[in-house]
Design a protein around this ligand. Structure first.
Ligand code: FAD
Ligand code: NA7
Length: 454
């Protein structure tokens, strides 16, 4: 039997850990699998779910990865990201409400990883600095720094590389005329940690997607002054903002603390938060390996949304690079597919066929009109991959996502108070003890222990 492929996984967030999980499953089943090394630059796993209070640079002087805020609660129902082979009921032993705080989701993720003893496969405090493909030997050279001792490790050779470093960590920060002289605080959502900090302050948020929506709600919940969300292309589409949040066209300039908007109106604010999204940034990959894209439902150059076509070697894969409705389950099925390809259980078609397949998906992407279309599109993508890997699970939760969109449009302040039924356990989540807008205790203990143990 030929040697196992030697695979480098970069990043131990939900995506990278899913690769370790499925590779381990192959191993336990006695099937051909890969020998994996996972490099993680932080001192713990979990990716964005591994909360950090730091902003700017981390303790080693490297860019801080974390973008989540302390008071974050899931912005989608847990039933839409639940793993079919490890449900929330499996983990907590009972039904819990549907929109868990950050710590609860982190605990859930870790439960699945601990159950398979994956921790010893991750090398913490190691940062991948450089990846190049060697044409002559058809493999990769990976340069890694051990941050804990500030030393480069000797170059490592791998047959395959899995890029799982996420794409919500490097802020996109446009310039607006006069902003350099704004007298108040300016930050990007990447550096937003606590909404309480802005109590009583008048705020301008630039952007109209998830970050603008959630940070505006967080800030009002924690007692900020009025919030204006300023949009470039279209408003959020939510008509039921609670009192104190409004949407306006894009700002045109900043004069002192007065903001001028395209519709001719002005407003004075104390704080500006850029909710303008993130850059896809892979400085450690050599040019020909680097995915260059904006946030899209189906980024160009990735067969099955996963395999990098740019370099012609079929050996580098990206996980979790899409605009996300599905999250954990999408990363998971991508990882399962990637494991099957790497271990040789799935054969790839020729490059023309792979190219045509990408084109087909991207043409369909061009026809998407709204969130409901996006959900149907991503459901098809996820289910298509699940079918390819021969999964016994039906991962289609489109009906739940559609209800979630309906609930958000009905009332953005109360959507987290709604309940959803798990498609895997068929049990409904329970109603949370307090409406989200008035719930200040986001501890795991309080959230989980509001129902009796089974
Ligand atoms: P990440 O979680 O970003 O993990 C990437 C890992 O790679 C990190 O651990 C990082 O340290 C490591 N890494 C990076 N560079 C290197 C390097 N050079 N060498 C070694 N290691 C490296 N999703 C939901 O489903 N529900 C939510 O409610 C939700 N809320 C969110 C709120 C915010 C503010 C943000 C930013 C995202 C949110 N998401 C949410 C989406 C989130 O992206 C995914 O849930 C998930 O974290 C993506 O996993 P990942 O493994 O692909 O990337
Ligand atoms: P997104 O989803 O990328 O949204 C970015 C928003 O910022 C979007 O409304 C953009 O407007 C706007 N944007 C981007 N560039 C500009 C400029 N130059 N001027 C004005 N407005 C701009 O990022 P989010 O942070 O909301 O969400 C990312 C993840 O973080 C998500 O998964 C969440 O769970 C948390 P556009 O609509 O393109 O005109």
């Amino acid at each position: 039997m030929a040697n196992n492929p030697r695979v480098c996984v970069i990043g131990a967030g939900p995506s990278g850990m899913s690769f370790l999980y499925h590779n381990n499953k192959l191993k336990v089943a006695g099937k051909k699998c890969a020998d994996v090394v996972c490099y993680e630059k932080q001192s713990n796993w979990g990716g964005l779910w591994n909360y950090t209070w730091r902003t700017g640079l981390d303790e080693h002087g490297e860019p801080c990865h974390g973008s989540q805020y302390r008071d974050l609660w899931s912005n989608g129902p847990k039933e839409c990201l639940e793993y079919p082979d490890y449900t929330f009921e499996d983990h907590f032993g009972k039904c819990i409400p549907c929109f868990p705080p950050r710590t609860v989701l982190f605990d859930y993720l870790q439960g699945r990883w601990n159950k398979s003893n994956l921790r010893n496969l991750v090398r913490f405090n190691t940062m991948v600095k450089n990846v190049t493909y060697n044409k002559d030997t058809d493999d990769f050279t990976v340069m890694v720094k051990d941050l804990s001792i500030d030393e480069d490790l000797s170059p490592q050779r791998f047959s395959n590389v899995i890029v799982a470093t996420g794409h919500f960590s490097v802020p996109n920060v446009p310039y607006f005329d006069g902003i350099d002289m704004f007298p108040g605080r300016i930050l990007h959502s990447h550096d937003f940690r606590r909404a309480r900090e802005f109590k009583g302050q008048r705020m301008l948020l630039i952007g109209s997607r998830y970050s603008a929506e959630d940070i505006s709600m967080q800030c009002r919940k924690m007692g900020s002054g009025k919030v204006i969300c300023s949009y470039r292309t279209k408003p959020t589409g939510f008509n039921n903002w609670p009192e104190g949040i409004e949407e306006r066209l894009l700002l045109t300039k900043v004069v002192g603390n007065k903001i001028h908007f395209k519709d001719g109106t002005t407003a004075e604010v104390d704080v500006i938060i850029f909710c303008t999204g993130y850059l896809f940034h892979f400085p450690y990959l050599s040019e020909s390996l680097r995915l260059k894209t904006k946030l899209e439902m189906y980024p160009a150059g990735l067969y099955k949304g996963t395999l990098w076509m740019g370099d012609g070697n079929n050996k580098l894969m990206y996980l979790g690079m899409h605009d996300q409705y599905y999250s954990y389950t999408m990363f998971d099925v991508q990882a399962e597919w990637a494991c099957a390809v790497v271990a040789g259980h799935l054969q790839l078609p020729n490059r023309n066929e792979m190219g045509s397949d990408i084109t087909k998906w991207r043409k369909k992407q061009d026809l998407l009109n709204d969130e409901y279309d996006d959900i149907a599109f991503q459901t098809k993508f996820v289910c298509d991959l699940a079918r390819e890997v021969g999964s016994k699970y039906n991962l289609d939760v489109a009906a739940l996502f559609n209800k979630w969109e309906d609930d958000k449009h009905a009332n953005i302040a109360t959507y987290r108070d709604q309940t959803y039924t798990s498609v895997f356990t068929e049990n409904p989540g329970i109603k949370h003890h307090t409406p989200w807008f008035k719930a200040y205790d986001d501890s795991l203990e309080t959230f989980v222990n509001q129902t009796p143990n089974k």
